[in-house]
Design a binder for this molecule. Structure first.
Ligand SMILES: Cc1cc2nc3c(=O)[nH]c(=O)nc-3n(C[C@H](O)[C@H](O)[C@H](O)COP(=O)(O)O)c2cc1C
Length: 213
């Protein structure tokens, strides 16, 4: 992304925020859509720029910007998929051939959606800010991408898997030394909204603090 594609600065919020039913409904219904069910259209260049500006509006201890993006769209999807499939075969020489081909095939088709954003975590190890906090901020970027996409009318899913963890695959994705893949966020227009999955029981997760015994 070049700097000239930065969207205009958003307006300042009014001093008094009021409940926003539309926003609440979006937050209360967000769900992932599998990449195979994400079709055209994907975000336009302007929408992508806006989306990335939303994505980086995350809590970031000491304002380190410990993340960056690699956008995969158009012909790059198949080109990268082919390279990942080749790497999968090379990296798994002892795997049963039919199993290896099955997963290599999955790698070759890893980018079915119109667009994917790779969120790269690049913690600054020269600061006092713990790496885990910087990686948490990268996770927040991934979620903000999903929320921003939803606000623009798109759907998406945050995945990782072999392509995001194998060192050669990570290199092919474009990450460098000291960097990790926080997520591959596939984005597009849902061809079908899947049924919701069961959500955690908040009553079983949240307690009010009491003094330890
Ligand atoms: C760091 C991270 C990595 C994930 N990797 C995968 C993955 O590789 N494949 C997958 O199917 N889901 C993966 N998920 C789960 C999906 O993003 C998603 O949460 C899940 O499909 C449930 O859908 P929901 O977002 O509607 O709750 C991952 C989630 C996180 C937070």
């Amino acid at each position: 992304m070049s700097s000239e594609s930065s969207p205009p600065a958003p307006p300042s919020p009014s001093a008094t925020l009021t409940p926003d039913p539309t926003w609440l409904t979006a937050l209360e219904t967000r769900r992932s859509v599998p990449a195979a069910r994400l079709g055209a259209p994907g975000p336009t260049p302007d929408e992508l720029a806006r989306l990335l500006a939303i994505a980086v509006r995350v809590p970031d201890h000491a304002a380190l910007s410990p993340w960056r993006f690699i956008v995969i769209e158009g012909e790059a999807r198949a080109a990268l998929g082919a390279r990942l499939a080749g790497a999968y075969r090379t990296r798994n020489p002892d795997m049963a051939p039919d199993k290896r081909e099955k997963f290599a095939g999955i790698m070759s088709r890893l980018f079915p959606a119109p667009l994917a954003v790779v969120v790269v975590s690049r913690p600054n190890r020269e600061t006092m800010i713990p790496v885990v906090e910087q990686e948490l901020s990268a996770g927040a970027v991934c979620l903000n991408l999903l929320h921003g996409a939803q606000a623009l009318g798109f759907s998406g899913i945050w995945v990782t898997g072999w392509a995001a963890t194998d060192p050669e695959a990570v290199r092919l994705l474009g990450a460098g030394p000291g960097e990790r893949i926080a997520g591959i966020v596939h984005l597009g227009t849902a061809t079908e909204i899947p049924p919701d999955r069961p959500r955690p029981d908040i009553g079983a997760l949240a307690t009010h603090w009491t003094p330890p015994a």
